[in-house]
Design a protein around this ligand. Structure first.
Ligand code: ASP
Length: 347
């Protein structure tokens, strides 16, 4: 009895004197984004283009940070952040998205709430200005998780979502990429091309380029959320859907493990169930976030032949951003506003 009291007093004094390391280190909130992974090399980048990317990533991060700093939810932050990137012609999402083989734009997006594991997704939409906003609407205003094509658009119209003509998404650069792709061979290709000169050399098979956007966030209440939005792959067939709107493949969030958003060759991310695989390794294997993310992207996805990367965040705000391509547009903003933006592998 006496021994128990002494042990109890010792534990109490330890708890009072040394605050738990995690509570002390954990950020109050945090946001991480990606703007696509792929063949992104300094040799192909002009200073102007690099500056434009860094500025766009910065703007997206600051937008989400403002939401989180004012006490907004991680879901609000993810939506606001991705909407900025959808409006930028630099990224393969919303305006500036890649073309299908039919010279139209078809967009996919999804979101997931880590607290409730509610999720929403849209695929193959052609007139929705912000597909990520519609994905959230599917989650919040319908009993469904995923809606596609004209049905999804009709649902959005009924709920006052902004609609645009497909031409709103078109850019000259993406059209040239489609024409070059079709002249070279007729296979689909990763969408980014952002860092490439338009007359890019033929890509190495394992190092293509992509361009989806995504965000993961932890809010002041300790809740995680993830979202992903994309135009898919240049020259994809009419009707092709990638991993971005597939919950568990391109997007996943669970407060018990992690929030994840992926970018890369979608077919492989679907087959590898990449985003969920990371969460599953944490949940069932007890792996830490970076161990799980690395094992899945650098190990299992690579072994399957898939290229790309993920951003992942756990409930303590740890971030992992593994990718197996030469670059990935990525950034993190901390609660105190500190921003880290990286593009190349060696950063
Ligand atoms: N993952 C996307 C898709 O396959 C492409 C990308 O990440 O750029 O549709």
């Amino acid at each position: 009895m006496c021994r128990r009291i002494i042990v109890g007093l010792c534990l109490l004094s330890w708890a009072l004197i040394i605050p738990p390391a995690q509570a002390q280190d954990a950020p109050a909130f945090r946001l991480a984004i990606h703007g696509g992974a792929g063949t992104i090399q300094r040799a192909n980048m002009t200073p102007e283009r690099e500056a434009a990317y860094r500025a766009a990533l910065q703007e997206a991060l600051e937008t989400g940070h403002a939401v989180l700093a004012s006490g907004g939810s991680s879901m609000d932050a993810v939506i606001a952040t991705i909407a900025v990137m959808e409006e930028s012609p630099l990224f393969n999402a919303g305006k500036g998205a890649v073309f299908t083989s039919d010279k139209t734009v078809e967009l996919d997006a999804s979101v997931m709430d880590g607290q409730t594991r509610a999720a929403g997704a849209v695929a193959g939409v052609t007139r929705v200005k912000s597909p990520i906003a519609l994905a959230r609407l599917v989650m919040e205003a319908s009993p469904h998780v995923m809606m596609v094509g004209t049905g999804a658009e009709q649902f959005g119209t009924e709920h006052g979502i902004d609609m645009v003509d497909n031409a709103y998404f078109h850019t000259e650069r993406r059209l040239q990429q489609l024409e070059q792709r079709q002249a070279r061979d007729d296979t689909p290709s990763g969408g980014d091309g952002a860092a490439e000169p338009v007359d890019e050399p033929a890509e190495a098979p394992l190092d293509k380029k992509w361009g989806t956007v995504g965000a993961v966030a932890l809010d002041q209440n300790g809740n995680l959320a993830a979202g992903t939005s994309t135009g898919g792959m240049t020259n994809k067939r009419y009707g092709r859907v990638g991993d971005a709107p597939i919950i568990g493949a391109g997007t996943y969030a669970d407060n018990a493990t992690a929030a994840v958003s992926a970018t890369g060759h979608g077919e492989y991310f679907i087959r590898g169930v990449v985003a969920y695989d990371i969460a599953a390794m944490m949940r069932y294997g007890g792996l830490a976030l970076d161990e799980a993310a690395n094992a899945v992207v650098m190990g299992r996805l690579s072994a399957l032949g898939g290229t790309g990367g993920v951003i992942a965040m756990d409930r303590e705000g740890h971030v992992a951003m593994p990718f197996n391509t030469s670059g990935m547009y990525r950034g993190v903003i901390d609660a105190d506003g500190t921003v880290t933006i990286s593009i190349y592998r060696d950063e």
